[in-house]
Design a protein around this ligand. Structure first.
Ligand code: ZN
Length: 885
């Protein structure tokens, strides 16, 4: 038998979780006219098999939001699913010979069990996994929508190639030294035909609509804007000329945001991949150019553009004419110019661009200063480029113009003379979605020699991923090796054709999952327009800042495309976004050896030392990770303290968007707080208090207030108790509006429980019940098990009532009674000549004249003024009276 007078979370939590599930407490309700739906969503996890504290924090935050909204009468959708395609499953298959599908399903099952232990109010009937064909069938369907809209296309792009295993590698399979994770070979770059989505068509909308996302962190909006990277500038054409300066037909188009510096150009640079490189390279330079291109082909884009790296290049032997002054300039290729950004060509202006300056220094190219600070005629650049705006010099008829004026004037001249125009450029590039991997959503097209790219007919979806595949990690992707799967009749002409063997980037699968939850069992469509418009946009989305750019941007792009296809009726998918901070663990590191030491091996935390060497250790908080031994396993915490304590600690320790430092002592503190609440309610039960029949509810309280007025009002204890109850309601309601301040809400719960501990016993039954009822309802979103258990214990649910209707989680959020917040008397500070000499209790509603009278009549005045009238009296109502003799 368990001891009912002690709080034992292990004895109550799993039973309640089962009861909630069986009674459909978290099922998504039907929406009727007049309902205000609320959609609370956590970013869905990759099913690694292990739930970590970062997950726990994310899902607990969303769960509190969902529970509060339910108590406030909203109809809530709170689903969960699995971002289940991707490399780890395929790596497990290669390394351990397991089936990726079975491996993933096992992990899902194990994580689901761990999630259930947290008491999350998730509607599991809408669960989805992106690797199940019931889901990816619709990912394929949506891809075909993009294809039909002209937003999906193929072009050559560079991939990582392992020359030993003869296979394409994902970026994550290439280490920081550019070697294959498996063979250790230096990875090469290869050109392959790849699928892209035309996100650039939506660049301007994606940028403009950021302004409407007022419920998003400013930081995320800024990151997205920078990623989209809109800049206004000019495209300028430079004619290629022969040795005599005569134009020979070709021209190089550059993009610049600094047309005002055109007279300062001393060379033009092409990306090594630029199509003109082959035609323009002179025979004398051919060998050097080829060698350089080979070297660059092995570098990643990051290496090529890193700011701290020297820029490398070679001249290709060709020359162009500067269109503004006829000057002849050499053409170079350089690693820092990327082919797919802008036109893949830039003009080099060393005096006014730092990168060009370093390049010119390295290769001894002229540095011509053409901009000086306003009011100065001195050349401003010596050791570095002068990149600010200023006034033009050495620029012919444009001399004396400011940079802004010159940009307009030079661009206008270019337009009039046919060698350029104003243009807008985005940093954003089209989204490469094809992967040469197995464990992903197959791209549903067929390549026919006569018909070209043919979409798989919709009634033949899904294109199922074949199972029973051999994984070696070598050679072509496993799909390309399955001849019987690859060869298929062309849907158009019936001739033998080839299936596309590439699969989709997993970001494709996660770009629309939030739409599917609105209609998760639809077998005719990915979702119906009616369902998606009813639930979306998501009211509150919660997830990590690491998804601030790609996932959110791709989801916004999908939403806009599907809107334009008439599949949904809103512009943005996520109304409000909360990016929760990291969970950090205490970390010990030996600064001499660089090794991390597990906290369990540190015997004295006040003087931490390496158990092997005796060296003093560095101590700090860092994101939990296996390699640093600073993780805390959620299962261990739940076993020891229960889910409610884990939830309370996570919510209390830091505001949700801030990093949280794990602290065992604070976990223990929350456990003790929940124990106090248990004892408080236990004591109330022992006194015979019960919430049965609506005791302590609004109607009962109103009646008791009316009759107590007739009987001379509430006792002082009752007044104090009611003030504490209604202060808590108001404060917690405020904390949960707008920005979610769960940490201060938990503090308010602590204050309320303290006030109850001192005033409950001396208060009448009705008000004691009001306090108990309120405490439990306010606690319910945070510690759902304990609140429910105590609710049942106190008779909140009458015998025979179904949990589905009478659970604490079906109650209404309380309203603050303004009357209870009013204080009858307040302390007034009495000063004599500006010095505090004492306090006086005065009626809260006393006016200035009354306060002055009360102060003058007080013993304090008598003592310090010695009977004399003050020369001056200063009254600050509600605060103080200052008597100046
Ligand atoms: Zn055909």
């Amino acid at each position: 038998m368990s001891d009912s007078s002690r709080y034992q979370p292990q004895a109550i939590e799993s039973g309640l979780q089962r009861a909630w599930l069986e009674n459909g407490l978290h099922a998504t309700p039907q929406i009727e006219d007049g309902d205000t739906p609320f959609y609370a969503l956590s970013m869905f996890p990759y099913p690694s098999g292990n739930l970590h504290m970062g997950h726990v924090r994310n899902y607990v935050i969303t769960d509190v939001v969902a529970r509060v909204q339910r108590l406030r009468g909203r109809k809530v959708l709170h689903p969960m699913g699995w971002d289940a395609f991707g490399l780890p499953a395929e790596n497990a298959a290669i390394e351990r010979g397991v089936d990726p599908g079975a491996w993933t399903d096992q992990n899902i099952a194990s994580m689901r069990r761990q999630l259930d232990q947290l008491g999350l109010s998730i509607d599991w009937d809408r669960e989805l996994a992106t690797c199940h064909s019931s889901y990816y069938r619709w990912t394929q369907w949506l891809f075909l929508q993009f294809l039909e809209a002209g937003l999906a296309y193929q072009k050559d792009a560079t991939v990582n190639w392992d020359p030993v295993d003869q296979t394409v590698l994902a970026n994550e399979q290439v280490d920081s030294e550019g070697r294959s994770w498996r063979s250790g070979a230096l990875v090469e770059k290869r050109k392959l035909r790849q699928w892209f989505l035309k996100i650039t068509d939506y660049a301007q909308q994606l940028l403009d609509d950021l302004e409407r996302l007022e419920g998003w962190p400013e930081r995320v909006r800024t990151m997205q804007a920078n990623w989209i990277g809109r800049s206004t500038g000019a495209e300028l054409h430079f004619d290629v000329v022969d040795a005599n300066g005569a134009a020979c037909g070709d021209r190089i188009t550059v993009f610049t945001t600094r047309a005002d510096t055109l007279h300062g150009a001393s060379y033009v640079v092409l990306a090594p991949e630029h199509p003109l490189v082959a035609t323009l390279t002179t025979p004398e330079q051919a060998i050097a150019v080829e060698a350089f291109c080979d070297r660059v082909a092995r570098q990643s884009e990051q290496e090529r553009t890193a700011e701290d790296r020297p820029k490398r290049g070679v001249p290709i032997g060709a020359q162009v004419r500067n269109p503004v002054n006829g000057e002849r300039l050499p053409v170079w290729i350089a690693d820092y110019v990327l082919a797919d950004y802008g036109s893949g060509a830039v003009m080099g202006v060393p005096a006014h661009d730092q990168r060009d300056f370093l390049f010119a220094r390295q290769y001894d190219l002229p540095v011509k200063s053409v901009i000086v600070p306003e009011g100065s005629e001195v050349q401003a650049c010596e050791g570095s480029a002068w990149t600010e705006a200023g006034v033009l010099i050495h620029s012919g008829s444009f001399d004396g113009l400011t940079s802004a004026e010159a940009k307009r004037a030079i661009t206008a001249t270019a337009e009039a003379q046919g060698w350029g125009r104003e243009t807008v450029q985005f940093r954003l590039r089209d989204w490469l979605i094809s992967r040469q991997r197995y464990w992903g959503c197959p791209i549903p097209v067929i390549h026919c020699q006569s018909c070209g790219v043919v979409p798989v007919p919709v009634d033949q979806l899904p294109v199922e991923l074949p199972r029973d595949v051999a994984f070696t990690g070598k050679g072509a992707s496993p799909l390309a090796q399955l001849q019987e799967w690859v060869t298929v009749a062309c849907p158009c002409c019936g001739q033998p054709a080839r299936r596309e063997t590439d699969t989709m980037d997993t970001f494709m699968c996660s770009s629309w999952y939030y739409l599917r939850y609105s209609d998760a069992s639809n077998t005719q469509l990915p979702f119906s327009r009616e369902a998606v418009d009813r639930w979306l946009p998501v009211d509150q989305y919660v997830g990590g800042i690491e998804h601030a750019i790609l996932h959110l941007l791709y989801s916004r792009f999908f939403t806009k495309v599907l809107r334009d296809r008439g599949l949904l009726g809103f512009d943005e998918p996520f109304e409000r976004l909360l990016t929760q901070g990291m969970v950090q663990g205490i970390t010990y590191k030996n600064p001499r050896t660089g090794l991390y030491i597990p906290p369990a091996q540190v015997s004295d935390p006040n003087d931490p030392r390496d158990p092997q060497t005796g060296d003093p250790l560095e101590t700090f908080y860092e994101k939990m990770s296996k390699s640093k031994y600073n993780g805390v396993d959620p299962a261990v915490v739940i076993d020891r303290y229960g889910a409610d304590t884990a939830r309370m600690f996570i919510l209390f320790k830091a505001p949700p968007e801030k990093d949280l430092e794990w602290d065992d002592a604070d976990v223990e503190g929350q456990f003790r707080f929940l124990q106090r609440i248990w004892r408080l309610v236990d004591g109330a039960c022992a006194r015979g208090l019960s919430l049965a029949g609506g005791a302590g509810g609004a109607a009962a309280v109103a009646e008791a207030l009316a009759s107590s007025t007739a009987a001379g009002g509430l006792s002082r204890d009752e007044q104090e108790l009611r003030r504490a109850v209604h202060t808590a309601i108001r404060a917690i309601s405020d904390d949960l509006d707008g920005d979610y301040q769960f940490n201060t809400a938990v503090s308010e719960l602590m204050k309320l429980s303290n006030a109850m501990a001192s005033n409950l016993e001396a208060s009448g039954t009705v008000f004691a019940c009001e306090a108990l009822r309120t405490l439990l309802v306010l606690l319910a979103p945070f510690a759902p098990h304990l609140a429910e258990e105590l609710w049942l214990k106190l008779g909140g649910r009458a015998a025979g009532d179904a949990l589905a209707s009478s659970s604490i989680h079906r109650q209404r959020w309380p309203e603050a009674d303004e009357g209870a917040l009013v204080r009858d008397t307040v302390p007034l500070v009495i000063q004599i000549k500006g010095k505090v000499r004492g306090n006086l209790e005065v009626p809260a509603d006393a006016d200035r004249a009354t306060l002055e009278q009360l102060a003058l009549a007080s013993e304090i005045a008598e003592k310090w003024l010695e009977g004399k009238a003050p020369s001056r009296v200063i009254v600050v109502p509600g605060k103080l009276v200052n008597l100046v003799p």
